[in-house]
Structures are given as C-alpha cells and as structure tokens.
Design a protein around this ligand. Sequence first.
Ligand code: HMG
Ligand code: NDP
Length: 425
Amino acid sequence: MSDVQSSRIEGLHKMTPAERLQAVARQAQLGNEAISSLTAAAEGQIELADRMVENAITTMAIPVGIATNMIVDGREMLVPMATEESSVVAAVCNAAKRCRSTGGFFTSGSGPVMAAQIQLLGASDPENVRLKVYEKIEEIRAICDETDPLLVKFGGGFRDIDVRVISTDEGPMTIVHIIVDTRDAMGANAVNSMAEALAPRLAEWTGARTLLRILTNLADRRVVRARAVWKLEEIGGEQVRDDMLSAYRFADADPYRAATHNKGIMNGVSAVVLATGNDTRAIEAGAHAFAARDGRYRSMSRWEQDADGNLVGILEMPMAVGLIGGATKIHPTAQANLKLLGVETADALARIVVSIGLAQNFAAMRALATTGIQKGHMALHAQNVALMVGAVGDEIDLVASELKTLGKVRQDLAEEILKRIRGDK
Ligand SMILES: CC(C)(COP(=O)([O-])OP(=O)([O-])OC[C@H]1O[C@@H](n2cnc3c(N)ncnc32)[C@H](O)[C@@H]1OP(=O)([O-])[O-])[C@@H](O)C(=O)NCCC(=O)NCCSC(=O)C[C@@](C)(O)CC(=O)[O-]
Ligand SMILES: NC(=O)C1=CN([C@@H]2O[C@H](COP(=O)(O)OP(=O)(O)OC[C@H]3O[C@@H](n4cnc5c(N)ncnc54)[C@H](OP(=O)(O)O)[C@@H]3O)[C@@H](O)[C@H]2O)C=CC1
C-alpha cells in the first residue's frame, strides 16, 4: 500500500510528465516496479495525454472490441466498443445476429439540438420576468449567433428559447433555456459561450441577477430512437419471450431493478461513446435523468410483442455525441474508430450508439430470463480470473478452460488449478 506523506506537491502541474511521475512516486513511496508499469503504459501516448488532462503521469489502455452482425438502417457495420468488462461485446454480437433476419435496427432522431440554462434570481415577479425574456427572442438570437459564427456557417446556431419558473427552497426562480442546433459538435462549448454572452443582457432587460450559465445534460431535445424485432425462433420460443417481457416489466416498475437493467444498456452505450472519444459522463447523466423524467426512475427501454408474436424492443434516449471537439478530434484512436464506423454526422453516430444500447439490453434480458447471467458472463470472465491469480502465457487458457469445465469461476479454484499446473511442469 502506498504511504503518501503529503498530498501537497507544489507546482506539479508545471513539471514534465516524467518529472511528475518521479515526484508522485517519491511522495507515495512507489517502488521501481510500479514506476516502470506506469512509464511503459504511457509509451507513445504521454505527450497527447499531457495536452488532454492536467497533471498527467501515464495513460490507461482500455480494450476496444468489435461488435459484429450490426445492421443499422439497412447499413452493415462493425462497431468499436471500448470497455473493460468481459461479455459486453459478445452480448451485442449475439443480439445483433439474432435480429439480422428482420433487418437489424431502425432509427430516428430529433436532430443535434442542445440547451443551456441561465438562472435568474432576485425578481419578486418571476412570471413577469419570464414573459419579458420571451419578448427579446430576436435580440437573443442575434447575441447567440454572433457568439459562434462558424457554427451558423455550418447550418447550426440559435433555434429557440424556453423560459420556466421553478419553485425552490428559496422561492421561485426564472430559468431561461437557450436552444441551439450544434450540428456535429456535442455542443457544450458553443452553448456555454452563448449562455455567458447572453446573461448580462438578460440581467439588464429583466432587472434580475443572473447566476449559473451552463448547458443541461438532460438533452431531451436531442433524443434518438432505435427499434428492432426478434423473431420467436431467434429468442428461443414463446416462453422465453414472455419471460423477457416480465423481466422488462419488473425493471419498469422497480427502481432497484431499473438501475441494473439500465446499467446493462449503458454497457453498450458508454462503450461506443468512449471508443469515439465522446463524454461518457454527459451521456450517462442525460440517460438516467431522462429515465426519471416522469418523477419515477424507469426502464430506459420498452419491450412488447407484435401481431406475429415476435419480440419488439425500443430504446429512446438523449444522445449528445459529436464528431468535432472534445477528444473526438484529437485522439487518434477515436479518429480511427470513427473512420471504421464511416459516420459523417453526429446524428449518424448517435443512432448507432442507441442501437448498440438496445442490442445489449436484449442480450442481457435473454440471458437473465433463460440460463442466468453467470453462464455466459462468467465463462468469458474466466480469463480475467486466471490473470488475477497470476497465470501467464499458456497457463491463462488452461486455468480458464478448467474453470469453465467446473462451471465455477472462482479465484480460490483458479489458484488451486494454477498451483497444480505449475506443479505438473
Ligand atoms: C455471452 C453470450 C453472448 C453467449 O451466448 P451464447 O448464446 O452461448 O453464444 P453462442 O456460442 O450460441 O453464439 C451466438 C453468437 O453470440 C456471439 N458470441 C458468442 N460468444 C462470443 C464471444 N466470445 N465473442 C464474440 N461474440 C460472441 C456471436 O455473434 C455468436 O455467433 P457466431 O458469430 O459464433 O455465429 C450470452 O450469454 C449473452 O449475451 N450474455 C449476456 C452477457 C451480458 O449482458 N454481459 C454484460 C455484463 S453483465 C452486466 O453488467 C449487465 C446486467 C446483466 O446486469 C444487465 C441486466 O441485469 O439487465
Ligand atoms: N456538462 C457537460 O457535459 C460539459 C461538457 N464539456 C465538454 O465539452 C466538450 C465538447 O464540447 P464541444 O462544444 O462539442 O466541442 P468544441 O467546442 O471543441 O467544438 C465545437 C465547435 O467546433 C466548431 N465546429 C467546426 N465544425 C463544426 C461542425 N461541423 N459542427 C459543429 N461545430 C463545428 C464550432 O465553432 P467554433 O470553432 O467557432 O467554436 C463549434 O462550436 C467535451 O469534451 C465535454 O466533455 C464542457 C463543459 C460541460
């Protein structure tokens, strides 16, 4: 265990990454082995890392797996997924294979529209303030569009306002939403700049004090929908379908189950979001807030059966991903992954992400409603357990395959197997 003498390292941010690593290692009394691991992990990456985040000392590689079998809106595609969790990629391959016969995933979207909020305080007449803001829409349009002329040139820019009065513990507040088409950007910087430029004018027009000026991650005007149909024979028959529907109804009715069901959806969603250099926290915050929009946390997906008895899955969620900005443009792996996807607009990327989320949900529900999750998940996790107990080279497959044969993927058993294998040599 490291023993940090003091967490104050003066000027750490002014050092080179190599100097920082030495300073951190000194302070935490890290041994040479840990220093070597941190140095090796960052080889060829550290300059970029140093530009991307503060106080960078190393990088951490996350595996990128390819989801096969995907057809989205009639297009065959191979989808890169960045995840540390075993069975996530296999699950998507499995679900996508099982709906190829019905054409895969079909999508629609509301367009790349984001909103920023400006908080107005101190007015005794918040409703009056609300209407005063609406009267200034043309001035607001001009201020916003002047803030980002490039975005306007690309066909984006200010679209509308929405002004709400909310009640809070300190009384009513007027909240102005500026609604902006951010085209191929996630759009945080564009809408935040517009909100900051607009705030002083709002204060002047209304007499209220402006405080926060920031985008909302509840991007409910940037909603993407995906649907797919799985035939009975691809699911395993009527009983499996009915059990999957019961599993869905359980998630929709119970937040304890909904959290796990939705985590499964996000296994797929966050993996593509990360692989393309987008902001996973922004997507996750939006997804969960949207799932609780009627005041109750529910399933993000919906499931039903069609007239032929087939299983129909629907996923509808905010998807604020971009192709420009953030790490998407500067991270070479993100750029290569975007090339692999062959997407030319942020909207096209968003549709793939939501389709992957739906696929992931199908696979998890089917596993849960039939054999249980451990069979598939733990079989694929067996290699991790082998690594955990120190297996190397050929030993990894030997330990993993014995664990699978035993049907018990446990660390104590893996240790015993490894000991035996080494003793046999
Ligand atoms: C694991 C499987 C896919 C096995 O599924 P299976 O039916 O035993 O697989 P199969 O051997 O019959 O193969 C069917 C297809 O699955 C794919 N497939 C099969 N194996 C692989 C593999 N190794 N690598 C890549 N793809 C694989 C592949 O497409 C293959 O077709 P093929 O290409 O061979 O013609 C299945 O059991 C499954 O989908 N399980 C769900 C796994 C899952 O959801 N994992 C996420 C982690 S658990 C979690 O975090 C979320 C959760 C579960 O809590 C959410 C919730 O509660 O709702
Ligand atoms: N709460 C949150 O989620 C927050 C997230 N963030 C972070 O913001 C980052 C994303 O910001 P984002 O605004 O998307 O990125 P950028 O500001 O880096 O890029 C967007 C800008 O690129 C220019 N641009 C060039 N071509 C296009 C095009 N085809 N479509 C749209 N814009 C184009 C635009 O104008 P111009 O060059 O004139 O600017 C646009 O404003 C992420 O890293 C995220 O983590 C930041 C704050 C809060």
